[in-house]
Design a protein around this ligand. Structure first.
Ligand SMILES: Cc1cc2nc3c(=O)[nH]c(=O)nc-3n(C[C@H](O)[C@H](O)[C@H](O)COP(=O)(O)OP(=O)(O)OC[C@H]3O[C@@H](n4cnc5c(N)ncnc54)[C@H](O)[C@@H]3O)c2cc1C
Length: 87
């Protein structure tokens, strides 16, 4: 197999894409809460962030982890009583 060089000729296009890196710069979000540093009370998760990794689980883990943090943080800000009831 090492003696079989392959040269990619191009990409298959958006319909076949596996992961998307979104337009929200990581520097514009607080990683502790996933809140925007620019706009109050907006939280980001998953592929809207300018973040991607190799296929194999990195992107799924990124969307799950940022989604959890963003959801918890948004609830803490907007529905703090709901968070207390859960605890
Ligand atoms: C074929 C394929 C294989 C993949 N394999 C892997 C892999 O092996 N490992 C890995 O790590 N990653 C893999 N990925 C990438 C991974 O699935 C994504 O990175 C991840 O699911 C992104 O999660 P997300 O929540 O950010 O976005 P999404 O899962 O795309 O969720 C966005 C949701 O928002 C909804 N939505 C869109 N617009 C609106 C609107 N206006 N109002 C309301 N809802 C809206 C959509 O319907 C969708 O349900 C794969 C992706 C594809 C397509």
């Amino acid at each position: 197999m090492k003696a079989l060089p392959l040269t990619p000729r191009g990409l298959l296009g958006f319909d076949w894409s596996i992961v998307t890196a979104g337009g929200v710069d990581l520097k514009e979000t607080d990683p502790r809460t996933m809140a925007s540093r620019l706009v109050h009370n907006i939280f980001f998760a998953g592929e809207i962030l300018d973040l991607d990794g190799p296929s194999g689980g990195f992107n799924l883990q990124a969307c799950w982890s940022t989604g959890y943090i963003a959801g918890e943080s948004a609830a803490a800000v907007n529905a703090p009583e709901a968070g207390k009831a859960k605890a």
